[in-house]
Design a protein around this ligand. Structure first.
Ligand code: HEM
Length: 451
């Protein structure tokens, strides 16, 4: 299988670490659909052909597990929670958590998500009718979407107002996420107990996350005790976990997993969506026209029928900026991928970022064209939420949340690029746990109705 040599990799080492997206782009353009990386031991393959991707993530998912450096690094923060677990017992946790993401439950939390958006918008932008932020001010939309993302997870999954802890949780999750990425990319993995700077900082971030999770659990137990100590703790995720008889350690792992998986991704995706809408005012006006035609609250589930264009905007933004830019798997037996024999232990790297840019599947792949998704059918080579049995459990929630937040924001505000189209430079897409805009997403916000 073609691919860069060890010498190529050594020479490109700095740029690989600084900008893995460009590196992946370059190697796949140079070497084609399957790229082999020179690592000691079993082969490491970058797979870009949708048929190979389906094979690994879906058809043969049983033999391609998550025993990889990427998920081992994440597990240092989340423990063996739903996302990082490499064990077959993952399925028991998935079944347990599933009702918290069923349609019925999501319908019930739609208003909470809208409230999270309204609260953050009012705090940062002064609300639709107030004058706190000067009209036309430049606002970091990535900071706004982070606050909304965390609050939405708190309200929807833990029925908890995280605002008191928000600052610390946001700081601890983003620090932990940075360190996870650093560990995943380090060439000399050190044992967890060695007192390296990264290990020490990770331990401290973990302690802060533990404290946050412990406070959320204690608060719910106290609420339950006040209500007479019923065995049923509620229909949200936290209630399901407490009712399941899991130990506090396992519950903590799932809470931290959901905080990390559930807010960074949505926040980054929303920031990119707002950027694309600021760059394409006609697409943004079409969103507003759709919202005007459907006044009233936007449902979290079933929004597509009412707001097909807004949903297509979200789908297209997730194509261009898939927050989960790479996933990995390791084969536990010999297998055949794309007509080639691969031994047990082979590492597969799959990058939605690359697959979403294949010109044979996506003509003019860099162009923002929500029309691609208007017919609402499933598309080959589109996997922002993964594929197969380990598909994102939060998919429906995330899509609904993005549409609801866009509705809350764009009904009363217009977003523009600072300096006008000629003077605008996109923030760099930085590949951390999610692909996020380096340095934030500064955009001009105007209240609608002002010229
Ligand atoms: C899994 C992406 C939002 C929780 C995944 C995977 C992807 C993904 C690609 C599969 C990883 C793999 O196969 O290795 C995204 C994106 C999101 C998003 C792009 C937002 C735009 C959420 C939300 C939650 C969540 C809101 C929870 C509140 C999870 C969990 C898993 C997962 C727990 C692991 C599921 C399992 O293995 O059974 N996500 N996600 N995600 N996601 Fe999401």
């Amino acid at each position: 299988v073609p691919g860069p040599t060890s010498w190529d990799m050594a020479r490109a080492f700095r740029s690989i670490r600084a900008d893995p997206l460009t590196f992946l782009d370059e190697v796949s353009q140079h070497y084609g659909d399957t790229v082999s990386f020179p690592v000691p031991g079993a082969p490491a393959l970058l797979l870009n052909d949708p048929a190979d991707v389906r094979h690994v993530l879906q058809t043969s998912a049983r033999s391609w597990g998550k025993d990889t450096v990427q998920y081992a690094a994440l597990a240092r923060v989340t423990g063996p929670g739903l996302l990082a677990s490499a064990e077959p017992s993952w399925i028991d946790h998935r079944r347990l958590a599933a009702p918290a993401f069923h349609h019925q439950r999501l319908e019930a939390v739609g208003d909470e998500v809208a409230a999270a958006a309204r609260t953050a918008i009012a705090a940062r932008l002064g609300g639709p009718h107030a004058d706190a932020v000067a009209d036309g001010a430049v606002v970091d939309m990535a900071a706004l979407t982070h606050t909304i993302g965390l609050d939405a997870v708190g309200r929807a999954l833990f029925s908890t107002d995280l605002s008191d802890q928000a600052h610390d949780l946001l700081a601890a999750t983003s620090e932990a996420a940075d360190l996870v990425v650093r560990l995943g990319r380090s060439i000399l993995p050190r044992a967890e107990w060695t007192p390296t700077r990264t290990n020490l900082r990770l331990r401290s971030a973990r302690r802060r996350l533990d404290a946050g999770a412990a406070a959320i659990i204690a608060e719910r137990r106290a609420r339950n005790a006040r209500a007479g100590g019923t065995p049923h703790h509620g229909d949200d995720l936290l209630g399901l976990l407490l009712d399941s008889g899991m130990g506090d350690g396992e519950i903590r792992d799932e809470l931290v997993t959901m905080v990390i998986a559930g807010h960074e991704t949505v926040a980054a995706a929303l920031a990119w969506t707002l950027m694309l809408l600021a760059e394409h005012p006609e697409a943004q006006e079409r969103v507003r026209a759709e919202l005007d035609a459907h006044p009233g609250p936007v449902p979290l589930v079933g929004h597509r029928e009412r707001l097909p264009w807004t949903r297509a905007v979200v789908d297209e933004a997730l194509r261009l900026y898939p927050p989960a830019w790479a996933v990995s798997r390791r084969s536990d037996r010999d297998d055949e991928v794309g007509g080639r024999q691969v031994p047990a232990g082979t590492l597969a790297i799959i990058s939605p970022w690359l697959v979403h840019r294949r010109p044979d599947l996506w003509p003019e792949p860099e162009a923002f064209r929500p029309e691609r998704f208007l017919d609402g059918t499933a598309r080959t080579g589109y996997l922002p939420f993964g594929q197969g049995p380990r598909l994102c459990i939060g998919r429906e929630f995330a899509l609904g949340e993005m549409v609801v937040v866009l509705a809350e924001l764009l009904r009363d505000h217009r977003i523009e690029v600072p300096g006008g189209p000629g003077g605008w430079v996109r923030p760099v897409a930085e590949a951390k746990v999610a692909v996020h805009p380096r340095g934030g997403m500064p955009l001009v916000v105007r209240r609608t109705g002002t010229p």
